[in-house]
Write a protein that binds this ligand. Structure first.
Ligand code: 9MR
Length: 472
């Protein structure tokens, strides 16, 4: 069966645009020679996953959250919705509605899914914890079979076991799993997962194993054993880091797992600091994100990076470590932090990822030749919400072009708040736009796209003005 990731790669290889059924967002890969302006496009271009931990309730209720998840990431992980307490709260009584929502969303948006998690000491219902060894083993086998089978071909990889090593000098974690079943519970979990979905990549996942230390040594020993039985494909390094403390041995440590023939993956990245953050701290955080991203980008067997939440206020960090936070890539209002830009750059993307609203050197409104048949441009509303909308615009060349200009006037309160792949004077009632540096040259018959978000008065319908397009 074709996994989401393979499907995604095939789409990227074969076509330029991924149409999204659920949202209708057109997600374009880069133009040749152009630098990507989203994390997703940049990661796609280098064949890496850029993932995010998703809160399914917000995915259902918050349009901007949904749009950002769809636009910026090519891989999703359920922050909580695939854990045991969510999927099998009572023995044999499975509830998949939240997990299904996430997997359907990923599929509609051409995204892969990294599953989290089958076997963990936390967020596992009491009924499991009280079982004897035999009953616990069969509960585990049933759980893994049921969940893995349900998503076979749709979830690309799984954290099969999570946090099995303690923080005490690399000793095994003293969990109810270990006490009832001994260390063999780990092997049982991997054997079961392998048989249930032979095509999924299977990971062992833990925190504080990013550097070379006693805990990562224990993971190394476990990984060697599981790999020799061909039931392990990768190691997940959660990477819940503290500002300025990316371990100096991280690159070498990941490499030693790659040398075992395994993939590595940054599975839960966040970098916390003492709040409120000042500009220096945000700059240091950007530097830390850049370093981690570079390590993965430069390692062929690093499958990708997942950030553990979208905005700072989506993060688990402030609740667990009061007085700290601001650990992620987006501010609470969805604006991009310096760490977003450094991550984008480390993935090979360009600029700040900010909208290209810098004025053009010539004013397109006053210096254009009269409109002719040289190009045609159309707008379409991709996803409206109460006070705004995302638009996609297509510019089609009817003759060979070395540049284009577009203009239209909003009939009502609509105003552009940010835009991408277009320059010009964009924020007023009359919009005068021009091509960006990389999308002005078009052969006859060729098209390019740009996009923007607008704000508008509550409740009004987002209009679709007629656009005048002129060769430049
Ligand atoms: O981010 C998750 C948070 O919403 C949950 O309340 C918490 C419950 O234990 O789990 C958090 O995610 C954890 C992940 O599943 C495993 N590694 C550590 C993460 C942060 O605690």
């Amino acid at each position: 069966m074709l996994h989401n990731r393979q499907r995604r790669r095939a789409l990227i290889a074969g076509a330029v645009t991924l149409a999204t059924a659920a949202l209708g967002i057109g997600l374009s890969t880069q133009f040749a020679g152009a630098q990507a302006t989203t994390l997703r496009a940049a990661a796609d271009a280098i064949g890496k996953d850029i993932g995010v931990a998703v809160d399914v309730n917000k995915l259902q209720s918050n349009t901007q959250y949904r749009n950002t998840i769809a636009t910026e990431f090519n891989s999703l992980t359920a922050e909580n919705a695939m854990k045991w307490d969510a999927t099998e709260p009572q023995d044999g009584n499975y509830t998949f509605s939240q997990a299904d929502t996430l997997v359907n969303f990923a599929e509609d948006n051409g995204q892969s899914v990294h599953g989290h998690t089958f076997v963990w000491h936390a967020q596992t219902p009491n009924w499991v914890q009280g079982l004897n060894a035999t009953a616990m083993r069969s509960a585990m086998v049933d759980h893994i079979n049921t969940v893995a089978n349900r998503y076979e071909g749709r979830v690309d990889s799984w954290d099969v076991v999570n946090e099995v090593v303690s923080d005490n000098n690399g000793a095994m974690r003293d969990s109810f799993w270990l006490r009832a079943m001994g260390e063999g519970y780990i092997t049982t979990a991997f054997q079961t997962a392998r048989a249930a979905d032979p095509n999924a990549d299977l990971y062992i996942n833990d925190y504080s194993i990013e550097g070379d230390n006693a805990k990562s040594d224990t993971i190394y020993r476990l990984a060697q054993g599981l790999k020799s039985q061909n039931i392990l494909d990768g190691v997940g390094f959660q990477s819940h880091l503290i500002l300025g403390q990316v371990p100096s041995t991280m690159e070498a440590n990941l490499q030693r797992f790659v040398d075992l023939g395994l993939k590595v993956r940054i599975t839960e990245l966040d970098i916390r600091l003492n709040t409120p953050a000042d500009a220096n701290e945000l700059a240091q955080q950007a530097e830390d994100y850049r370093r981690v991203t570079e390590i993965c980008a430069e390692l062929a067997d690093c499958s990708g990076i997942t950030v553990w939440g979208l905005r700072d206020n989506d993060s688990w960090v402030p609740g667990t470590f009061p007085g700290t936070g601001a650990a992620l890539l987006f501010n609470d209002d969805f604006s991009k932090k310096p760490a977003y830009t450094s991550t984008l750059n480390a993935l090979g993307g360009g600029g700040t990822g900010e909208p290209t609203t810098t004025p053009a050197t010539t004013d397109p409104a006053t210096s254009t030749p009269p409109p002719g048949d040289g190009c045609t441009a159309t707008l379409s509303v991709q996803s409206p919400w109460n006070t705004g909308a995302t638009y996609s615009a297509t510019v089609k060349a009817n003759q060979a072009l070395t540049g284009w200009r577009v203009t239209w006037t909003w009939p009502g309160s609509e105003r552009i708040s940010n835009a991408w792949s277009v320059t010009g004077t964009l924020t007023g009632a009359t919009v005068t736009g021009a091509n960006a540096a990389y999308n002005g040259t078009l052969a006859a018959g060729q098209s390019t796209t740009f996009g923007f978000n607008i704000t508008k008065n509550d409740g009004s319908t987002a209009s679709v003005p007629t656009v005048t397009c002129t060769p430049a």
